[in-house]
Design a protein around this ligand. Structure first.
Ligand code: CTP
Ligand code: CA
Length: 234
């Protein structure tokens, strides 16, 4: 396979990849979740192994076998994802946040199953905001440009901005080096074999990634990271 015939251009590098979607529990049997399948993060981890990296995959509810040669840390909630990513990032050259952490979690988790009421009144769930893991990594590394940090964003165009427009604003807000932006309107991308994206860089450049496999996007992303991180830490 042409995708496996890569240089060992990540040899000696430690990379952390997060994948999947977190779950936030309402009670012992119910949670709030999202549509992230974990396929893209797994493809990124697999591509990094093929290129010689030491890879830690922080996997949130992916339900898929991890690629061979990857060190896997399984997590469920955003709090667990946060702790696992921050712990692994301390030794990392690159962190790729392909996971979809829940932005909010229930303010209270019921210790017992929430029951229907006789009077027909329905529960109201109060939510609190989760920490932004990516923004925290950027903040805590200070002026050091290590680790090199990559974010993902699933966007739809709307009356305020295009997909790329939302992505550019998000990249600036987050302060990471690269943001991979997927257009998820019309059922594209989620759980699919194929993807298409644009890779936005903090220096203003854009790399369009034509429709293709998630493995192809993974290798294009590593090409960009190697080129840019190599320049930063010769
Ligand atoms: N992210 C994170 N921690 C969070 C939320 C998001 O680290 N609590 C990361 C994601 O893994 C992704 C990037 O931030 O790499 C962008 O996620 P996204 O959900 O698009 O950004 P948000 O800031 O949550 O913006 P939105 O309101 O559009 O959801
Ligand atoms: Ca979000």
């Amino acid at each position: 396979d042409v995708l496996d015939a890569h240089d060992q251009d990540l040899a000696g590098r430690h990379v952390v990849v997060s994948a999947g979607g977190t779950r936030e529990f309402l009670d012992p049997v119910r949670y709030l979740g999202n549509r992230s399948s974990g396929l893209q993060g797994i493809a990124i981890a697999q591509a990094a192994v093929a290129r010689g990296a030491t890879v830690t995959l922080v996997a949130a509810n992916v339900g898929l076998p991890a690629p061979a040669g990857v060190d896997v840390v399984e997590v469920v909630t955003t709090a667990e994802l946060h702790a696992a990513v921050v712990g692994a990032a301390a030794r990392a050259d690159v962190v790729v946040m392909a996971a979809a952490p829940a932005d909010f979690r229930p303010a209270d988790v019921s210790g017992s199953k929430i029951k229907k009421r006789d009077d027909g009144r329905t529960p109201v769930v109060e939510l609190v905001e989760n920490p932004d893991i990516l923004a925290g990594l950027v903040r805590d590394r200070g002026d050091a440009r290590r680790p090199f940090i990559v974010g993902f964003a699933a966007e739809t165009g709307d009356e305020n901005a295009s997909v790329a427009g939302h992505g550019r604003a998000k990249l600036e807000r987050k302060g990471c080096e690269l943001l991979v932006v997927n257009d998820v309107s019309e059922g594209k991308v989620f759980g699919r074999e194929d993807t298409e994206a644009v890779i936005l860089a903090a220096d203003g450049s854009e790399v369009p990634v034509p429709p293709g496999s998630k493995s192809r996007l993974a290798h294009t992303l590593w090409d960009e990271i190697v080129r840019r991180a190599g320049r930063q830490n010769p």
